[in-house]
Design a protein around this ligand. Structure first.
Ligand SMILES: C[S@@+](CC[C@H](N)C(=O)[O-])C[C@H]1O[C@@H](n2cnc3c(N)ncnc32)[C@H](O)[C@@H]1O
Length: 304
């Protein structure tokens, strides 16, 4: 959705932008091209392979106009100056190179180690979760991060199976789920939700997103824009709730919003479009993985 991100951020020469999810630097390159000849981009990714690929790609055309660091976007405000950016973008989830590399362990379609770490400096892997958590803890992950209806059944079977042999590979886990829930002609693989849930848990994706959104507001200039692409409803809900809270013109103390106890305040941000922006027909045809993408855009208030 590079075109939609450009349309949201409207990069201009001299502008300063941040991309917290560089990946293959497709969005970063289009932001730098659109802000030529003097726009600046600060970018990060927690994946070392992505960082190297992004550096190489951007150096070819945009040398001297970017700074790239390896790290979680939740830490962006530690190295990008407060109120310095005209636009910030996050394109959440996994990249195609991550999904397509069997050895990264993200995919149930290829056999590889049960890993799923975006940042391989981290210790915790998917195998650790699958082999060490209780059935209750696993079921909670499958349900909360994957919306998997058979979460308890799958979790119990994992705990039973691992008493004989620890889970080491993606194939081992995918085959167990397939045995428990045969496809019966369904299009999606029965392990889709379990794999998504484990990936979200291993990489603390929801926690990172919440902290990353706060960091993005800090580094945005008044009037600057934040464009976030999500790939599943859990992420989208976090972005929607964040936007709703920032766009409210009142605050309230405590857990519950009681109209009589509201305190008026200037909203910190406003929605640029009420509805999520979806990929166009051409993108859907060219990149079927974009089918669940949704873009939401917020603008920081001028007073803040
Ligand atoms: C969908 S890809 C981004 C693709 C990119 N927009 C492009 O044009 O190529 C998502 C990337 O975000 C990275 N990522 C996900 N969560 C992250 C986080 N919390 N901090 C830093 N990078 C993260 C992943 O490692 C992956 O490389």
């Amino acid at each position: 959705m590079a075109a939609e991100v450009l349309d949201a951020l409207k990069p201009k020469p001299g502008g300063r932008y941040a991309d917290g999810t560089l990946g293959g630097a497709g969005h970063a390159a289009s932001i730098l091209a659109a802000s030529s000849p003097t726009g600046w981009l600060s970018g990060c990714d927690r994946d070392g392979v992505a960082v190297e690929a992004a550096k190489k790609r951007l150096a070819e055309k945009f040398a001297g106009r970017f700074e790239i660091r390896r790290g979680n976007f939740s830490g962006m405000a530690e190295w990008i100056a407060e109120k310095s950016c005209d636009g910030v973008t996050l394109d959440l989830g996994v990249s195609s190179p991550q999904l397509d590399s069997a050895e990264r362990g993200f995919s149930f379609q290829q056999d590889g180690p049960l890993d799923m770490r975006m940042d391989d400096r981290q210790k915790l892997t998917a195998a650790d979760l699958v082999n060490d958590l209780s059935a209750e803890e696993l079921a909670k992950i499958f349900w909360e991060f994957g919306g998997e209806r058979e979460s308890r059944k799958f979790a119990k079977a994992i705990v039973r199976d691992r008493a004989q042999r620890k889970f080491e590979t993606t194939k081992q886990l995918a085959e167990l789920i397939e045995r428990l829930a045969p496809r019966h002609g369904k299009k999606s693989h029965p392990a889709t939700k379990v794999f998504q849930a484990l990936r979200i848990a291993v990489n603390d994706e929801i926690g990172s997103l919440k902290r990353g959104l706060d960091a993005a507001v800090k580094i945005l200039k008044p009037g600057g824009r934040l464009a976030v692409i999500t790939f599943h409803s859990l992420e989208d809900r976090v972005v929607k709730e964040f936007g709703r809270e920032k766009a409210r013109d009142y605050s309230f103390s405590g857990e519950v919003d009681v109209p009589e106890l509201r305190q008026p305040r200037a909203p910190e941000m406003k929605w640029v479009s009420r509805k999520a922006i979806l990929p166009g027909e051409t993108e859907l045809k060219e990149n079927p993985r974009s089918r669940s993408a949704q873009l939401r855009v917020l603008e920081k208030s001028n007073q803040k």
